[in-house]
Design a protein around this ligand. Structure first.
Ligand code: ADP
Ligand code: MG
Length: 680
């Protein structure tokens, strides 16, 4: 039996069940071993019958003193009532399907029961308890693990499978250095696994869980430290004089906001300092991050260094390219554009100009990290909308220069406490103020009855020359309830919004099809864009003033906020409509927050409270590895300790070359996957 064996080697798991498990990410014995209980039921202590309380689950024992059918005893599903007695009282135990159960109980014998206690006409009752004959190796006693539900697999089966895994505990060796184990008083890993699945007392569970959480967070922190080290945090970086940026600032048609000023102060300090900058600028859509980045690029150019700016999509790269050209050409600074679908000849020319140093600033898609892209002297690397890129892509870009400065911009607002962990390898600046004169978007909640009025309003806006987005939730096959699919919606709106042109864009379309639709919308030829969430990323169409989100209950707060950020980019008043058919409290709370505020950070805090970090970080959207047992907020204290331990290990062995750290290295690799390059 090996950790990496398939779960089909276990008794009771055939192809069908293996498929079910695979749906939950469980394929190997190791996966199953690390599939932990959600909670435990304490069934160690039996309660005397007189002390049983209705509404609570309890374990009780007693003698069966009567068996009685309440109905026709010849019918299979006639309920059976047992009277069970101990020294203190009597309780009724009821089973439906009585004829099948009856044979399992002998009169005047003792049994244990576990179930929810209720009462009926002042008599104590327990309906459908688990039960066991006294004296049997009682599997309903003790502390019982309750696993997260896996469809079609009972708790009993899950427990039996774990029983088969017991011989594997021996294969799990201590992998942390002895000093760390001792200093943080950690339980051994085999002990921890055994007690998670087969606990005998509560303290063991706590110390076991602590060990496993500690392990996971240690690997996370060590991975982040490793990246940070490698990002040449402490090595000399390119020094750029920030002072000339003042000239560029003077040429802007507006004053910087307070948030922009603070971010710029942070950046200038980094640029002038000897170490390479590694900074994240967080700010809502429209908060003016790009301007701040431009100041840095300007300073770099004036210090004689090239800059590169990487955007997640071709549309965005082109958009940035056009606006940077407009902003920089008056200063004699040369901007080049690069993306993969360019003509070969054009590409060659850009690459040549880049190599010779003729191009000062390169804007592009991930095409800019390809091996054929060679810079003359790269001093500043900027990535926009960071969560679309892996850590590794950022690293590849950084390697194109000799320790260039790195600036990452993201419009995904994350509460600071979490950002520190999430972007452990970066310093953080936040822009929390919006430019003056920006009209806050008016957000309205509409139910199905008001839906027609929403589209009347959309039509009015279209008549006034504006454009609109309509978003439909993505629909999975299995899930055809009554949510509107983008296609249906498109058909409906083409009719309803006549004579205005409506176009559809969705994730399954080819890239060039998508680009064509987007371009037509950006030019104003298309008036209404019906889409799935593909428009989430940065597109800028200032003339679009309405965002309608259908089935808004199907989106998370962060997503709703991102979507709403597509409008409100011009001088006109903008509107957002949330069309929701859900009465659920969660959905109501989300809608209420959306209507109340436009502040992304406030929304992020609220999101965290509503959903908990587990869900926010559950997706890989933010580039953080998935965590299985730990929770960044609830386990904040363990995180601190794990961070100290990780620091200790990496200070002593920065490249993780010591043989004692081999396991840590491979665990980091497993957790971070493609995003981290570790020589093993
Ligand atoms: P972000 O990248 O954060 O979404 P941008 O940098 O694209 O935001 O800025 C959005 C718009 O606001 C741009 O048209 C920009 O010129 C303008 N802008 C930026 N800063 C200011 C400011 N301080 N005052 C007025 N307008 C600003
Ligand atoms: Mg932007």
């Amino acid at each position: 039996m090996k950790l990496q064996d398939s779960i089909t080697t276990l008794k009771g798991i055939g192809g069908k069940k293996a498929e079910v498990f695979a749906g939950y990410g469980i394929e190997t014995l190791e996966d199953l071993l690390y599939f932990f209980p959600r909670k435990y039921e304490d069934r160690r202590h039996e309660t005397a019958i007189e002390n049983l309380e209705p509404g609570k689950d309890a374990l009780f024992c007693g003698t069966v003193i009567s068996k009685r059918y309440s109905g026709n005893p010849y019918k299979r599903n006639t309920p059976l009532t047992l009277l069970v007695q101990d020294d203190t009282g009597i309780i009724e135990v009821v089973f439906f399907q009585g004829r099948y159960i009856e044979k399992l109980f002998q009169m005047n014998e003792d049994y244990s029961f576990y179930g929810r206690i209720s009462s009926s006409f002042d008599r104590l009752q327990c309906i459908h308890p688990e039960f066991h004959r006294a004296g049997d190796p009682a599997d309903i006693r003790g502390i019982l693990p309750v696993y997260p539900a896996i469809s079609g697999i009972s708790q009993k089966e899950l427990r039996k499978l774990q029983l088969q895994l017991k011989p594997l505990y021996g294969e799990v060796e201590e992998w942390l250095p002895a000093g760390i184990v001792e200093c943080y008083r950690l339980a051994g890993p085999a002990y921890a696994l055994e007690n998670m699945h087969f606990p005998t007392d509560g303290r063991q569970v706590l110390s076991s869980k602590y060990r496993l959480i500690f392990d996971e967070l240690l690997v996370l922190e060590a991975g982040l430290f490793y990246i940070k080290n490698d990002n040449s945090q402490n090595r000399d970086g390119v020094v750029i004089n920030p002072a000339p940026a003042a000239d560029f600032q003077k040429g802007l048609p507006f004053d910087l906001t307070e948030g922009q000023m603070t971010a710029w102060r942070d950046i200038s300090r980094d640029l002038a300092g000897g170490k390479a900058m590694n900074r994240l600028v967080q700010g809502d859509v429209g908060s003016g991050k790009t301007v701040v980045a431009e100041m840095a690029m300007y300073a770099a150019a004036k210090s004689g260094f090239q800059s590169v700016m990487m955007a997640p999509t071709e549309i965005l790269a082109k958009q940035h390219g056009a606006s940077l050209k407009a902003d920089f050409t008056p200063y004699g600074i040369n901007v080049g554009l690069l993306y993969s679908s360019m003509k070969a000849a054009e590409k060659r020319e850009v690459l040549a100009q880049l190599d010779s140093g003729e191009i000062d600033i390169l804007v592009g898609t991930h095409a800019v990290i390809q091996p054929d892209v060679v810079f003359h002297n790269l001093g500043l690397v900027i990535t926009d909308e960071q969560h679309r890129f892996g850590v590794n892509q950022r690293r590849l870009l950084t390697q194109k220069g000799a320790n260039p400065n790195v600036l990452v911009m993201t419009a995904t607002p994350i509460p600071r406490t979490l950002a520190v962990i999430l972007y452990g390898d970066l310093d953080i600046s936040q822009i929390r103020t919006m430019p003056k004169g920006r009209k806050p978007i008016k957000t309205t909640l509409a139910d199905l009855e008001k839906r027609a009025r929403v589209y009347d309003f959309v039509k009015e806006q279209l008549r006034a020359g504006r454009q609109a987005y309509v978003v439909a939730p993505l629909i999975e096959e299995s899930d055809k309830i009554d949510a509107k699919s983008a296609e249906e919606l498109y058909e409906e709106l083409r009719d309803r919004l006549k004579p205005f042109s409506v176009a559809l864009i969705h994730g399954a379309m080819k890239q060039d099809e998508k680009d064509a639709v987007m371009a037509s919308f950006a030019e104003g030829a298309t008036k209404v864009l019906v889409s799935t969430v593909v428009i989430e990323v940065g597109i800028n169409v200032p003339n679009a003033t309405v965002m309608v989100i259908e089935n808004s209950e199907r989106f998370g707060l962060a997503q709703l906020h991102q979507l709403r950020g597509r409008v409100g980019r011009g001088s006109q008043q903008s509107y957002c409509f949330l069309i929701s058919q859900s009465e659920s409290q969660l959905s109501n709370e989300r809608n209420e927050i959306m209507c109340r505020t436009n502040d992304g950070f406030e929304i992020a805090e609220a999101d965290l409270k509503l959903r908990g970090p587990g869900e926010i970080f559950g997706t890989r959207q933010h580039g953080l590895p998935e965590l299985h047992i730990s929770d960044l907020v609830r386990h904040g204290d363990v995180l601190e300790k794990a961070k100290d331990a990780a620091k200790e290990i990496l200070t002593e062995d920065p490249n993780l070359q010591a043989s004692a750290n081999m396991q840590l290295k491979s665990r980091i690799k497993k957790m971070f996957g493609e995003e981290i390059k570790l020589e093993l």
